[in-house]
Design a binder for this molecule. Structure first.
Ligand SMILES: [Mg+2]
Length: 371
């Protein structure tokens, strides 16, 4: 993407067809779009809570959905599910849901049977899949045992992490060099096969640097603001800003964004995120990675994607299409999903990964015995 800054209203232009590109905007924007942003409904964004009108109700509901989907289930429910004191209604609905989305652990033989003669490719979300969901995202750390399981899996199967976090952050959190990483919901992909994409990184980066600098310049006099550069997106944090300054931030963001029609704003927790408007999601990231890794022939490849929230559904959909592979939803409660299978929590994800490694080791040693 290049910035056509000579125009009175700068626009982002793509330097390659987006369908072939490894960069794009995650379609969570579609879900965020209710939440977000459109500065067109008023002169400024009123970030502080106020009496909500109809449209704002809808927006607020969208935010609530997004928050719910990224939050752990209530302690009570979690305790019920794990402590064997389920109410009969909960038990019934979970059991019915499990009929539709059986445990990937109890269906392990079925999965490996279908993988016979095929190469398995593993795609993993991070938060809520490899790490527990916690209130402070900086503390969503994966356990050493989980790290070992992922490391072992990557020894035998091409493995990629696809996260909503910035690629650098998820890379740091996972700490394994042998994996492929896709950050920003797949907008930002890194891996040994992605040398071809460097030019795109650079051109996108130059655009984002310009936007990033504009943001920094415009809020630097407001105490407590922090602008973070995620390479393809930027965040303006206002958690530590006096509430009286929030409207000023909102006004300035509005003014900046009117100059960048192909950027949009989405809301997080005390953070405003500026992102390019590009049709991209985790499903497209999976397709791109499969293609890049030479794994797009579904006759010989079985992709498995494990994730826990709404943004993972795009990947589940891609795999469900033509029974191409398996989506596994991580959830301790019934949820509408396009995933074939389910796992209850990250500890079951770990068990599943360990089982895959064991299965692969056994089949290799079996092969050696017969050779
Ligand atoms: Mg997640």
């Amino acid at each position: 993407m290049d910035m056509m800054s000579g125009q009175s209203s700068p626009v982002l232009t793509d330097s390659s067809p987006m369908k072939e590109s490894r960069v794009g905007m995650h379609s969570s924007l579609t879900s965020y779009s209710q939440s977000g942003t459109s500065f067109s409904t008023g002169k400024y964004i009123q970030i502080p809570k106020k009496k909500a009108g109809k449209l704002e109700d809808a927006m607020a509901n969208g935010w609530l959905d997004a928050m719910k989907s990224s939050s752990p289930p209530s302690k009570k429910l979690f305790k019920d599910l794990n402590g064997g004191v389920l109410s009969s209604d909960d038990e019934f609905s979970y059991a019915s849901w499990m009929c539709k989305h059986p445990s990937a652990l109890s269906s392990f033989a079925e999965i490996t049977n279908l993988a016979k003669g095929k190469k398995i490719a593993i795609f993993l979300d991070y938060d809520g899949t490899l790490s527990p969901i916690v209130d402070d995202p900086d503390r969503a750390v994966m356990s050493d045992n989980m790290r070992s399981a992922v490391r072992d899996v990557a020894k035998y199967f091409p493995t990629a992490i696809i996260s909503g976090r910035s690629r650098d952050k998820v890379c740091d959190l996972v700490g394994l060099e042998e994996l492929h990483y896709a950050g920003s919901h797949g907008l930002d992909i890194m891996g040994p096969v992605h040398k071809v994409s460097e030019a795109h990184y650079n051109s996108i980066n130059s655009t984002d640097q310009q936007v990033f600098r504009t943001l920094v310049e415009n809020v630097k006099d407001i105490e407590g603001t922090r602008v973070e550069n995620h390479k393809f997106c930027a965040s303006v944090h206002y958690r530590n800003v006096d509430q009286k300054d929030w409207p000023t931030i909102a006004q300035r963001m509005h003014d900046i964004l009117t100059n960048y029609p192909r950027l949009r704003l989405t809301h997080g927790r005390k953070v405003l995120e500026v992102r390019p408007v590009i049709d991209w999601d985790k499903g497209k990231a999976v397709e791109f990675l499969l293609e890049s890794l030479g794994l797009s022939d579904s006759e010989y490849v079985l992709p498995i994607y494990i994730g826990d929230d709404k943004t993972d559904e795009d990947a589940f959909k891609v795999l469900r299409r033509g029974n191409r592979g398996y989506g596994i939803l991580v959830s301790p409660v019934p949820k509408e999903t396009k995933a074939f299978f389910s796992l209850r929590d990250p500890s079951e994800v770990q068990q599943f990964l360990e089982a895959l490694v064991k299965w692969r080791e056994q089949s290799e040693s079996g092969k050696r015995m017969t050779d």
